[in-house]
Design a binder for this molecule. Structure first.
Ligand SMILES: Cc1cc2nc3c(=O)[nH]c(=O)nc-3n(C[C@H](O)[C@H](O)[C@H](O)COP(=O)(O)OP(=O)(O)OC[C@H]3O[C@@H](n4cnc5c(N)ncnc54)[C@H](O)[C@@H]3O)c2cc1C
Length: 867
């Protein structure tokens, strides 16, 4: 029924977009008994599959997986004709879904949302369409798509061209006939790669303008994969469940084969198998380390290039088609059918825009730096303003007149990719900060829609009117999204994942790369903890449990999971000998640490016998003397030896350029307090006296240590000061033990579950020192005199029981006038910063340590210590 223009329509929820997301959202909201209005600029349902009708348009996730799964009956009713269905078939499917559930009656087509404003008074959104109508709603859901806002070609003269112009993302419904035409295709991303072979079949001449060569594998399309059909037939629910908790939204077993250590035969076998399989999640899973380790990635990339060179007959064209300059996977890889073979056709030509840039588009064609081309048609396959484009364009304004465009000027900021602070009751489906484009999107869409529907149900049942994230929860999630990306190679590429394809768009990694399963768990945890990080308001009052849902570095969490899965006995349940054997066995399986110039072993005369040491000399052009760092390993005064911290010593040596002398000291319980501390002092004295022989610069001596090693390093500084020498230039204390008081909050927070536990710390103390000695400054340097000590760098980790005593030591040193740098290992545990080659997120912390070490020694750079 048409309403008078002056009375705005009122519904419970407005949903923008009638693609996969919008249709399912409508279905779920109706189930809740809410009144809903769906608006879409398109003339029908389908979203992506309505607009992208270019020749060759298909999904590139097998359609057995790329479909709704919310209704088992629907799941079984529809049979896909091919492994990768064509655009018309997917559009038919979405039409079928719309009709099957009678969804169309709540959808208005050809209706573009031009603005949405939050009315704080009414606690409602006012949504305006291009037709000038206004609809008021309590909940506003943008199901506007990640790849729905075409990027304008921004090429000089584009409007001058007098021939036919096509955009792959806005292809005419009646299609295009290129028979006998001279056609240009600009762009070689997924759409271009799919369209080019088919356009080549019709065109008399096809010229492809390529800015970036892309990685593409043959799709080997055909019937739906028998293996998947069999699994679905046997256990449909199990298969779908596995997809929902997988990394990418498809049940693929992640490999544990490392590219860098695999044999050449294994490398080839795995790559060839993935090439033959023709699935994106297969080629992204050749090696476990290809997304994080450049050397492993290079192996995959080079095998790709070999394939291209073997297919394309003209060597110059082949070379231009070989992707270079970005790591494999860091830009969306493509699936193709005969793409590279197309360049062997006599009427197809590639123009490499890196060598021959476009100057302008003319009335007749395209002018490059070297040539003028005449064309009858130009096809733009130039991609999208991904993930944020459609949302920002729809002019959303939240509380206090803040627009989404303004809020996101420096990059999108969301909580879980679902909501954003300041915009109550505004939900995004597959928004930035969710797995979205890195996943099989139908799985991600269903998860988002289910979450939103569950949230609205809970709000209603608990009597709340509004929900929005807190600023803290949101910034914590943004940080987590970036942390996940930072351990991979993805942010190194100028990709649309980074917003790099749109001039002026901030460079921020947009999707969540932590995986579909991990993401689902985070969303579930938020709900399980009473909508943790959200503020809910209603007539009965407000509720807010503020905080950050994921504070741990993602690779640290992975290591903890691995350790838990190994089911090792608790160290404190073992004898010292068994604990040492266990530690040695685990140390043998970890990466070796970086190469250094030279490693030599020797002995230092200690107060009660020889102390073994290992000297690491940096590689490098200068054979001259270097500053020296005397290092003491961790292990609670009971465990550890020269091998246990070997990778860390290599890393310190390589990063700092200093000679590192790692000293083994007497261990408890055989030699209890103060044996280790006295050995540390003796070692420092001996190294100072023998600096020249060791290749060191006399007078440039620092001490360093981790955990209990940091304890004796700190004590050695106090003892050396009191003994009148040697002069120590600086002390690097990584997660130090500086007190025996276990009542600080970090013990309560982190005393269980992060490898170094309260129980283990007690076990260490019991082995090392009598209770009566646990107040002696040689055991607990925090209780010693601190003035006159060398400058310090104290490293503390968020999930370390020792965190607060480290902070207390840094503060106390500062109060005593000692220059201090306090370095926080954000999201780390007591052990993770030292896990060289295993925990990638530890590298930036160690880079800071290197800087601190540099500051200890005189250098041309100005010295600066910050507290
Ligand atoms: C060529 C192509 C192939 C793809 N293949 C795959 C694949 O194989 N696997 C995969 O997982 N993903 C694929 N994707 C991603 C694909 O976009 C999603 O899988 C999915 O279709 C997104 O559904 P959606 O409903 O969230 O968004 P869309 O399908 O993009 O729908 C969004 C709708 O919102 C409408 N809209 C936007 N703004 C407004 C506004 N202001 N007012 C009114 N309406 C508006 C648009 O008109 C559009 O219809 C592909 C994308 C493209 C472009």
């Amino acid at each position: 029924m048409n309403k008078p223009a002056s009375v705005p329509e009122q519904v419970d929820a407005v949903v923008v977009g009638a693609g996969f997301s919008g249709l399912y959202m409508l279905y779920r909201l109706r189930q809740l008994g809410l009144s809903v209005k769906v608006l879409d600029s398109a003339g029908d349902v389908g979203g992506t599959w309505y607009w992208n009708r270019y020749p060759g348009a298909r999904c590139d996730v097998p359609t057995t997986d790329y479909a709704y799964t919310f209704d088992p009956e629907l799941d079984q009713e529809w049979t896909w004709s091919e492994k990768y269905a064509t655009q018309p078939e997917i559009l038919d499917y979405l039409r079928f879904v719309a009709d099957r559930y009678g969804l169309r009656s709540d959808i208005e087509f050809s209706a573009t949302v031009t603005s949405a404003r939050w009315d704080e008074q009414e606690k409602r959104w006012r949504v305006t369409t291009g037709r000038g109508t206004e609809i008021r709603c309590r909940y506003y859901v943008m199901a506007t798509g990640c790849l729905s806002m075409p990027k304008s070609p921004d090429i000089e003269g584009a409007s001058r061209f007098a021939g036919q112009v096509y955009f792959t993302s806005r292809w005419p419904g009646e299609g295009a006939d290129f028979t006998g035409q001279r056609v240009a295709v600009i762009g070689t991303g997924s759409s271009g790669i799919q369209a080019i072979p088919l356009i080549a079949r019709q065109a008399s001449q096809l010229t492809v303008f390529q800015r970036t060569a892309n990685f593409s594998i043959p799709a080997h399309n055909g019937p739906a994969p028998a293996g998947t059909l069999k699994q679905l037939g046997e256990d449909r629910d199990g298969y779908r469940h596995a997809a929902r908790w997988s990394r990418g939204g498809i049940p693929v077993e992640p490999t544990d084969v490392l590219g860098v250590t695999a044999s050449e035969a294994v490398r080839r076998e795995r790559f060839e198998a993935a090439w033959e399989l023709g699935e994106l999640f297969g080629i992204l899973n050749v090696f476990a380390d290809q997304a994080v380790n450049p050397a492993s990635n290079d192996i995959v990339a080079e095998m790709f290039r070999e394939k291209i060179r073997s297919i394309v007959t003209d060597p110059e064209t082949a070379e231009a088609l070989c992707p270079k300059g970005h790591y494999f996977g860091t830009k969306r890889p493509c699936l193709d059918t005969g793409y590279f073979e197309t360049y062997n056709l006599p009427h197809v030509r590639l123009v490499d825009l890196r060598k021959q840039p476009i100057i302008s588009i003319t009335q007749d064609g395209i002018e490059t730096a070297d040539e003028s081309f005449g064309f009858d048609a130009i096809v733009y396959a130039t991609g999208f303003d991904a993930m944020t484009g459609a949302m920002v364009a729809a002019d959303v304004t939240g509380r206090d007149g803040l627009s989404l465009k303004e809020k996101w000027a420096a990059g999108p900021s969301t909580y879980l990719g679902l909501m954003t602070a300041g915009f109550p009751n505004f939900f995004m489906l597959t928004g930035p900060g969710s797995p979205s484009v890195l996943s099989n999107m139908t799985v991600s869409i269903e998860q988002h829609v289910d979450w939103v529907a569950g949230c609205l149900k809970d709000l209603r049942e608990e009597g709340f009117e509004t929900i929005e994230p807190t600023a803290l929860a949101e910034s914590g999630w943004n940080q987590h999204v970036q942390d996940c990306a930072a351990i991979t190679l993805y942010p190194t590429a100028n990709s649309w994942y980074m917003g790099a394809n749109v001039p002026g768009k901030p460079r921020v990694f947009l999707p969540y790369i932590g995986g579909v399963g991990a993401y689902r768990q985070a969303c579930d945890d938020v709900v399980g903890q009473g909508y943790f990080g959200f503020r809910m308001t209603g007539p009965g009052g407000d509720r807010c449990r503020d905080g950050v849902i994921r504070r741990m570095q993602p690779d640290v969490a992975m290591v903890l999971d691995l350790v838990a899965a190994m089911g090792m006995p608790a160290t404190e349940s073992l004898s010292a000998a068994d604990a040492r054997a266990l530690m040695a066995a685990t140390a043998a399986t970890r990466p070796p640490g970086p190469e250094v110039g030279e490693v030599t072993d020797g002995v230092i005369p200690g107060p009660a016998g020889d102390l073994p040491y290992r000297l690491y000399r940096p590689a490098g052009p200068s054979e001259g003397p270097r500053p020296v760092v005397v290092y003491f390993h961790g292990g609670g005064w009971v465990l550890g030896n020269l091998d246990s911290d070997d990778p860390l010593c290599r890393d310190l040596c390589e990063r700092s350029g200093a000679v590192v002398v790692s000293v083994n000291y007497r261990h408890a319980p055989e030699d209890r307090f103060p044996a280790a501390a006295l050995d540390a002092l003796a070692a420092v004295q001996w190294v100072d006296a023998n600096a020249v022989e060791l290749g060191g610069i006399p007078g440039q001596l620092a001490v360093a240590g981790w955990s209990a090693g940091a304890n004796i390093a700190a004590v050695a500084c106090q003892l050396a000061r009191d003994a009148g020498g040697p002069r120590i230039s600086g002390q690097l204390l990584i997660c130090p033990v500086v007190d025996s008081d276990m009542t600080r909050p970090s013990y309560a927070e982190n005393g269980d579950g992060y490898i170094l536990t309260t129980a283990l710390m007690r076990w260490f103390w019991d082995h090392y020192a009598d209770p009566a000695d646990r107040g002696d400054p040689r055991a607990v340097p925090l209780r010693g005199d601190l003035p006159g000590l060398p400058p310090a760098c104290v490293v503390t980790a968020d999930f370390d029981p020792l965190r607060d005593e480290g902070v207390a030591y840094a503060r106390a040193l500062e109060t005593a006038g000692v220059p201090v740098r306090l370095t926080r290992a954000r999201g780390h545990t007591h052990t993770s910063v030292t896990m060289v080659g295993m925990v990638i997120s530890g590298a930036p912390v160690r880079a800071e340590i290197e800087e601190a070490l540099g500051d200890f020694f005189p250098s041309p750079q100005p010295q600066e210590f910050v507290s």
